[in-house]
Design a protein around this ligand. Structure first.
Ligand SMILES: C[S@@+](CC[C@H](N)C(=O)[O-])C[C@H]1O[C@@H](n2cnc3c(N)ncnc32)[C@H](O)[C@@H]1O
Length: 389
């Protein structure tokens, strides 16, 4: 029987959803963190769960040809970037494999249309949004360590855009007696006109920012969701909206209106639904500033917000990582929209929900991945569906 702390030798076959490397040894399945496909490794078993062993690398016996030296000094401790050991092509290939794996295993799709993961124009210094964890007792500021709630103290983060890095340095230089006593984390976001922080303290404000994405301008602050990597957003929006147009569109989980504005240029009427009232205030203002009076934004859970909507030509949904609640999928199916665009930051919950949409009468038209999160295993996926008549 294999026990924790045992050492074994493995060869990594591929990268799995969740970012771990897959190996097989002694009749067991081994998940190895921070591995590269093709690595030959000596690993230590950290946890045993039935026939699955969770392991960490002790020694690289023969490195994969796609392995690179992770440039960040916090790699391995900070839970933020778990793909720095892979060259960028291998990161994209792993993400393609992760999406495909979820569609095959969870959505049970036999035939998957050809698709690609669009690369990020910047692989480093791309993040415009972050959450910094605070450990007041240890006087540490940074990100959670991998698989724990311990804060890894980070002085420099290589994926933050320069304005956020400078803000991190200013936050770290602030005297501890100026921090609110019960502060656990800080949300921070950058725009073209500065940086916004929530909650505000010392010299830091929850200022309102703006950013142009394609032909639209969006206002937002650190209390509302905004996508992490704006450079890829124009192509993501273009793919998600494809050639849709018509009478009525729904934008579910609409945030500050990233998709609501371009949808309002294509449809006679648009309804956006979003639970965060700060985000809906910005969404309404963004529509007004764009001169778009044909969209209505509801502050509501999606489940409640669409309860009384009878029909729609097009539904776009962009839920958080947990995916859409079962009742939301059921209500979307009741709308009988001709087309659906599902934008997701978690291929596993996406696949779970796609399975229900397909059983409910939809077929996949096209799929694309967008690498909004270089150096991590995370990937944004967009799936366009069409109702079978
Ligand atoms: C992934 S973000 C997408 C936002 C927007 N589509 C964008 O791209 O900027 C998900 C959004 O769903 C909102 N949200 C989470 N759960 C919700 C729910 N049950 N009902 C409505 N909105 C929800 C969050 O506040 C967040 O703004």
């Amino acid at each position: 029987m294999t026990t924790t702390s045992e050492i074994m030798e493995v060869e990594i076959e591929r990268i799995l959803p969740g970012g771990m490397g897959l190996a097989h040894a002694d009749g067991k399945t081994v998940f190895v963190s921070l591995a590269a496909p093709g690595d030959r490794l000596r690993v230590r078993i950290e946890r045993v769960q039935g026939n699955v062993l969770f392991a960490s690398i002790v020694e690289i016996l023969a490195p994969s040809p796609v392995r690179v030296e992770p440039p960040c000094p916090y790699f391995g401790r900070c839970g933020g970037c778990d793909f720095q050991q892979l060259n960028y092509e291998a990161q994209l290939a792993a993400k393609t494999g992760i999406i495909r794996d979820c569609l095959q295993r969870i959505a049970r799709l036999d035939e998957i249309p050809e698709f690609m993961v669009h690369p990020s124009p910047n692989n480093w210094r791309y993040r415009v949004r972050a959450t910094w964890q605070i450990d007041r007792e240890q006087q540490e500021i940074g990100y959670y360590e991998g698989g724990s709630r311990r804060v890894c103290d980070v002085a420099e983060c290589a994926v933050l855009m320069p304005e956020l890095q400078q803000t991190l340095e200013r936050v770290r230089a602030t005297k501890w007696n100026e921090f609110p006593p019960d502060l656990k984390h800080l949300d921070v976001v950058a725009g073209e006109d500065g940086v916004s922080l929530s909650p505000p303290f010392a010299e830091f404000n929850t200022s309102e920012l703006s950013l142009r994405v394609g032909n639209e301008v969006y206002n937002y602050n650190a209390e509302a969701f905004f996508q992490i990597n704006p450079a890829l957003l124009p192509s993501l929006i273009e793919f998600a909206l494809s050639d849709v147009g018509g009478e009525t569109a729904l934008d579910l989980y609409c945030g500050v209106g990233l998709f609501t504005l371009p949808l309002a240029r294509r449809f006679t009427k648009v309804i956006g639904v979003e639970a965060n009232s700060v985000a809906t205030r910005f969404a309404r203002r963004n529509l007004e500033l764009a001169g778009l009076a044909n969209a209505r934004v509801m502050t509501s859970s999606v489940a409640e917000g669409i309860r009384n909507v009878r029909s729609a030509d097009f539904v776009l949904l962009d839920p958080p990582r947990a995916g859409a609640e079962s009742i939301v999928i059921k209500r979307i199916l009741d709308l009988q929209a001709e087309r659906i665009s599902y934008v997701s930051c978690d291929p596993a919950t996406l696949a779970r929900d796609l399975k229900k949409l397909i059983v409910g009468g939809y077929a996949i038209e096209s799929i694309a991945g967008f690498d909004l999160f270089p150096q991590t295993h995370h990937v944004e996926t967009v799936v366009l569906l069409r109702r079978l008549s």
